[in-house]
Design a binder for this molecule. Structure first.
Ligand SMILES: Nc1ncnc2c1ncn2[C@@H]1O[C@H](COP(=O)(O)OP(=O)(O)OP(=O)(O)O)[C@@H](O)[C@H]1O
Length: 468
């Protein structure tokens, strides 16, 4: 199909030979290529079959022997074959006109049509089609799914691998340390695959107790166990037509590994307590931070399952291996936290990055993200190196709110006392931030003013005496 108006193909569907020839002559004079057809049926057949002279534009008469022009437009619309179309007619009814426009016919011209009017309408119709095509192309090429940020060589290579792996149906095993972005990679694979309109279901095999995971994965029928009051589809069935992300696969109990293997081998699941198998169409993407090869050697992980899952292995680098991305990631997370918490964007002093580059990041990007958020909330503007809540030894970022130094909590206290201390420090920080304006602090914290006073009494918080 041509995109420029000049050499576009126009089909003229008109039973009156004289009008057809005249129109074709006018159009050819204007530089278009034309094809004349006398009936709607012929046009329909040729469009369905596909033609190397496929029309860039259809010029349709309404009153034709047999099927009318409007009816042809309706049939083509139904078959998703309607090209950009203009109807020209001397005797179309209002209802036909309305119907044609509803179907997406671009213009309705009344015969006799002046040469100028006809060419003007054709030009606009072709331009309009070009624009629509352009928008469609932009939408199709728009990167989909979550954005895996980073410009370091390892991340660029990872994104390339994802682009290659995603469109296939192959199972993927994502390796990497905790918090390095494995789930993000799994979501990107799903979004870039043909399954993107299907569900993306995730299950963390380490987070669900072993006795529940079987029913979670495969479902159960009513009465299968004490709490099974209804039939329930498992995650495999929920992910039908989409992808199932099995996080922390290395933590799956060995007897479940055997059941999982069966599903992967024959594509059917059997709910707990059921007697029939159900076919599922699911792409499995698994992830682990464990050394599965070692687990295979020690018998903790089935070798056959390992081979089934690891058709395409992907390694997500740790943050330590991609420290060049740290400033970009930290700034991104800080800006996002500012937007989310409706706090003005913070400037970041370069020393912040220097200090953070020397830290070993056991919690990887998740830890960096949490830190950026905490510094935006608790820090000032600009964010400076002294606001980084590093432990005195410098080898851990202080957990929790960032206010409470857990190193100073020895000996350990009861949870109640810990909560009290956290709450007290947090309230004090917010009150300091509002210069002890209780109403403003209550607003930030989302509580009523009387409750705020009550809490301050309970926690023994009082405004410090200001020094001169
Ligand atoms: N390259 C990246 N760009 C932007 N955000 C990222 C990137 N990598 C990770 N993140 C973010 O960091 C957080 C942790 O990532 P994710 O949950 O994917 O890690 P994980 O490896 O699956 O962790 P776990 O092993 O604990 O399940 C998420 O909020 C994720 O959105």
């Amino acid at each position: 199909m041509n995109t420029t108006s000049g050499n576009a193909w126009i089909w003229v569907v008109e039973d009156n030979l004289k009008i057809r020839r005249n129109t074709m002559f006018q159009l050819e004079e204007a530089g278009y290529r034309t094809e004349g057809l006398a009936t709607a049926e012929e046009a329909h057949v040729r469009l369905r079959e596909g033609s190397d002279r496929a029309p860039d534009l259809l010029l349709l008469d309404v009153r034709l022997p047999g099927v009318s022009g409007v009816e042809l437009a309706a049939r083509l619309h139904k078959d998703n074959l309607l090209p950009p179309t203009i109807i020209f007619s001397g005797e179309a009814s209002i209802s036909e006109t309305v119907e044609a426009l509803r179907l997406g016919v671009y213009d309705f011209l009344e015969k006799p049509v002046s040469n100028e009017r006809l060419l003007h309408s054709i030009h606009n119709c072709l331009e309009n089609a070009k624009l629509k095509r352009h928008i469609r192309e932009l939408e199709q090429n728009k990167p989909r799914g979550p954005k895996i940020l980073g410009e370091s060589a390892m991340v660029v290579a990872l994104r390339r691998q994802i682009d290659k792996v995603a469109p296939t149906q192959a199972r993927v095993l994502i390796r990497g340390e905790s918090g390095s972005g494995k789930e993000l990679v799994a979501a990107a694979i799903h979004e870039q695959s043909s399954r993107r309109n299907g569900p993306f279901v995730k299950i963390n095999c380490a987070a669900i107790p072993a006795h529940l995971i079987e029913a979670e994965l495969f479902g159960h029928v009513r009465g299968a166990f004490t709490d099974a009051r209804h039939d329930k589809p498992g995650m495999f069935e929920q992910a039908n037509g989409g992808s199932l992300f099995l996080d922390e696969i290395g933590d799956m109990a060995i007897h479940l590994q055997a059941r999982l293997l069966r599903v992967l081998e024959d594509g059917t699941v059997r709910r707990v307590g059921d007697t029939r198998d159900r076919r599922v169409d699911v792409r499995v993407v698994a992830a682990t931070h464990c050394d599965l090869e070692h687990m295979v050697r020690t018998g903790e992980f089935r070798q056959d399952l390992y081979f089934r899952l690891s058709a395409l292995p992907l390694q997500v680098p740790s943050l330590r291996e991609r420290l060049d991305d740290l400033p970009l990631l930290f700034t991104h997370f800080a800006n996002r936290a500012s937007e989310y918490h409706k706090i003005p964007r913070r400037q970041i002093e370069p020393e912040v990055f220097e200090v953070l580059r020397n830290y070993h990041w056991p919690g990887n990007i998740r830890e960096l993200k949490n830190l950026a958020e905490r510094m935006v909330i608790f820090g000032g503007d600009p964010l400076s190196a002294d606001q980084i809540p590093l432990s005195p030894s410098g080898d851990s970022i202080v957990a929790g709110t960032g206010l409470l130094n857990t190193d100073q909590l020895m000996p350990f206290q009861e949870l109640k006392e810990f909560r009290r201390r956290c709450e007290k420090e947090y309230l004090q920080t917010v009150l300091t931030h509002t210069r002890w304006n209780v109403t403003a602090a209550a607003k930030i914290l989302g509580v009523q003013r009387p409750y705020m006073h009550q809490k301050m009494n309970q926690l023994d918080i009082s405004r410090p005496i200001e020094e001169d």
